[in-house]
Design a binder for this molecule. Structure first.
Ligand SMILES: [Zn+2]
Length: 421
């Protein structure tokens, strides 16, 4: 994995090109970029063919250990790694530990393992066990095992333990990576942990310095507990940590951050120097029956009355025969109407979330095109102001029907047994 910076602007972050190669692909991503959040090896609700309608050049796929570990035996038997097993041979694969769209509560940690909760229950991964799985998955990019289960509530003692354990796991995984012949082409992302403690963040960056040549980039982790928690963070605290870490990290490597951050936060993460994020926000909104409607065209007028998202179940759409956004060119908005989507949701047809996900993912990918344009022109602050003018939709409140649907979708991906630290 190679990263080349094209420009760094004073207030809008940086523009670059991230190149990732494997035996079948040689992908160059313009950054700020997105990777595709996936579950069980594919983008939720979308077949590979529908995904190709959305983007002729699909971004790399983000696989999480929590929703793919049950496939290990089959992937090992297949012998060609996770991309080939899930029918995405020509796509770049990234392996991380936790699904950024699924809320997970802190769990009991021991010094020698990281607990992972998946549909096959709780598994304690040591570095050795984890690297055996990585050898079978053959991802193009992966994180080493690390303890990033911290959030704004974590104590100093917990953060110190997270750092100490991460250092040990990272050393062991880098050692295994150096010896591996199977993973010669795979790149490692160095995890920066330490929660909201700036001193520990600095120590975490310093620890990785001697391993710079082993790392293709960095991931800033340990800031939230995934799922909706990424949208509930106090912005000033989050940006202080991210800005601090980005200033300490080498400029010539890409910085990743995973989580379902709101569009406003995404813009500020980019302006602070983050290069790669993921599409879990589009999925999370689909799970909340919401269509993304925020405007990212700064020339659009009268956006003060515009809501950033709409609830497809709202009866007011019963006779609205327009797409989710009238100017949207996605497959869902050009072929279907809000009235039809509303009907599909009312009658619980499977096509409902498919249509919604097509629109939400398209909208989010287009949002990133606009971000790149504004970074290039150093006008990201205009986009931030434009977004701030719009009306936030009422907060999503989960009903018992939503909860049942979510449980069915996850089929055990969520933590079922929660333990205190
Ligand atoms: Zn659309």
């Amino acid at each position: 994995m190679n990263f080349a910076i094209e420009s760094v602007s004073k207030c809008s972050g940086r523009l670059g090109k991230l190149n990732i190669k494997n035996a079948f692909s040689n992908v160059t991503l313009p950054t700020p970029a997105l990777v595709l959040h996936s579950k069980g090896g594919s983008v939720p609700f979308l077949s590979k063919e529908v995904l190709q309608y959305l983007t002729s050049d699909p971004p790399p796929m983000l696989h999480s250990l929590t929703n793919t570990d049950h496939m290990e035996e089959a992937i090992r038997a297949c012998g060609e790694g996770i991309s080939s097993f899930v029918g995405q041979k020509d796509s770049i694969s990234l392996l991380v530990l936790k699904d950024p769209a699924e809320l997970c509560k802190p769990s009991f940690h021991e010094k020698d393992f990281v607990p992972i909760f998946s549909r096959s229950g709780r598994k304690n991964f040591t570095s050795e066990r984890y690297m055996q799985l990585v050898e079978a998955f053959k991802p193009d990019v992966f994180v080493p095992l690390f303890d990033g289960d911290t959030d704004p509530e974590s104590s100093k003692k917990r953060l110190q333990k997270s750092l100490d354990r991460t250092e040990k796991f990272v050393e062991q995984c880098i050692e295994a990576h150096r010896k591996s012949t199977n993973l010669k082409q795979s790149s490692l992302l160095g995890p920066i942990v330490g929660g909201y403690n700036l001193k520990l963040r600095k120590e975490s960056v310093k620890f990785l310095e001697p391993f710079k040549d082993d790392l293709g980039g960095y991931v800033i982790a340990g800031l939230h507990s995934n799922g909706s928690s990424a949208g509930d963070l106090k912005e000033s605290n989050l940006l202080e940590v991210v800005s601090h870490a980005c200033q300490l990290l080498p400029a010539d490597k890409a910085r990743f951050m995973f989580g379902a951050f709101s569009p406003g936060i995404v813009l500020k993460l980019v302006s602070n120097g983050i290069d790669v994020l993921d599409t879990s926000y589009a999925y999370l909104k689909t799970q909340q029956n919401r269509a993304l409607t925020f405007s990212f065209d700064v020339h659009e007028k009268d956006v003060e009355s515009r809501e950033t998202e709409l609830d497809v179940r709202d009866p007011k759409w019963t006779e609205d025969f327009n797409g989710f956004i009238e100017s949207c060119s996605c497959l869902a908005c050009t072929k279907h109407t809000k009235a039809y989507a509303h009907h599909l949701y009312n009658t619980r047809e499977m096509l409902g979330p498919i249509i919604l996900m097509i629109h939400n993912l398209h909208h989010y990918l287009e949002f990133f095109k606009a971000i790149r344009k504004h970074v290039k022109e150093d006008t990201l602050s205009l986009l931030i102001e434009h977004l701030q003018k719009q009306k936030d939709a009422p907060l999503f409140e989960e009903t018992s029907t939503d909860k049942a649907k979510s449980d069915l979708m996850d089929s055990g991906d969520n933590v079922t047994k929660k333990l205190k630290v």
